[in-house]
Write a protein of this length. Structure first.
Length: 310
């Protein structure tokens, strides 16, 4: 007795609906109309004879079996992507499409400086970028939605491979004259925990800043309310507190047109490692090492600090 085999397109629609929780948003992420996506999922349900999604006017709710099939669908789609990647990797390296997630505390400051060199050296590479928080980026990589991630370490990655590109020092940013005559280096003990502003949960920079200070009371007292580094900078410039920002953001001009003073943090863990991350045993592993080397060379040309082991 033969059984119906779902198409990859139907599985993509189902996974997108699970991730987005909304038919319209899922359709947008798949670049199809809502009716096309809905029809594809209904056809899948009809042919396998089970209900995967409970539909109401306001809520999209997956059945228990639907959740199990979505979990399997992630694996099937990832394997399919790797099949295509094997064929692509057999040709000229670093050509064709490459999907990369980049975290928000890296993307706007580093990419404008690195991408021109990458385009010049690999003009046949079509790089598709998406900006996501660290955890979301790792999940996208795990599920096969992207091929690699530009991430700040340390961060729990699970079963992934990585290559460090360069080190990014943390700076303390504070309003002008608060304090007056600041030293060239700021020790963690000088930071007033009642005035420390950090990014909200989901941004690894918050954890890097707290770990660099190694002061447990900061975690309890810091105000975590910034949705972006630019928001924090505006708050600091208006005298609402102090924050910590990466060196690449300063080099990228984030302090321009402000009166903010920034000094490097004096700490054993005052730097984060910027790394390229990909799935272990990826058929494009050699390409990712090549890409890491190009990005590292471009970063060195921008006076970024290379890791000691490099």
């Amino acid at each position: 007795m033969s059984s119906y085999l779902p198409t990859l397109k139907q599985l993509q629609y189902l996974v997108a609906l699970k991730e987005q929780g909304h038919f319209g948003k899922a359709a947008d992420s798949c670049f199809v109309t809502q009716s096309t996506l809905s029809a594809g999922i209904r056809e899948l349900e009809s042919l396998i004879g089970v209900t995967l999604v409970e539909r109401t006017r306001r809520v999209v709710r997956f059945t228990a079996l639907g959740d199990r099939i979505v979990e399997k669908a992630h694996r099937v789609l990832r394997e399919a992507e790797e099949l295509a990647a094997i064929a692509e990797a057999s040709g000229k390296p670093l050509t064709g499409e490459l999907r990369m997630s980049v975290i928000p505390t890296i993307a706007p400051f580093l990419l404008p400086r690195l991408l021109p060199r990458l385009r010049a050296e690999r003009p046949e590479l079509k790089l598709y970028l998406r900006e996501e928080t660290s955890q979301a980026a790792i999940e996208s990589l795990r599920h096969g939605n992207v091929d690699c991630v530009l991430l700040a370490l340390p961060f729990p990655m699970g079963d992934m491979e990585s290559e460090i590109l360069f080190q990014d020092r943390l700076y303390v940013a504070f309003p002008k004259d608060e304090p007056s005559n600041p030293p060239e280096w700021i020790k963690p003990g000088m930071i007033d925990e009642s005035k420390l502003l950090l990014l909200e949960d989901g941004h690894c920079l918050k954890d890097h800043a707290l770990a660099a200070c190694n002061r447990p009371e900061l975690r309890a007292s810091a105000t975590m309310m910034g949705t972006s580094l630019h928001t924090l900078i505006q708050m600091v410039d208006n005298g609402l507190g102090v924050t910590m920002i990466p060196e690449m953001a300063i080099a990228g001009g984030i302090l321009e047109h402000t009166k903010i003073i920034a000094r490097p943090l004096e700490s054993e863990r005052s730097s984060r490692d910027i790394a390229l991350v990909w799935r272990r045993n990826s058929p494009r592993e050699k390409e990712f090492h090549m890409l890491a080397e190009i990005l590292r060379d471009a970063a060195a040309a921008q006076n970024c600090r290379l890791p000691e082991a490099a």
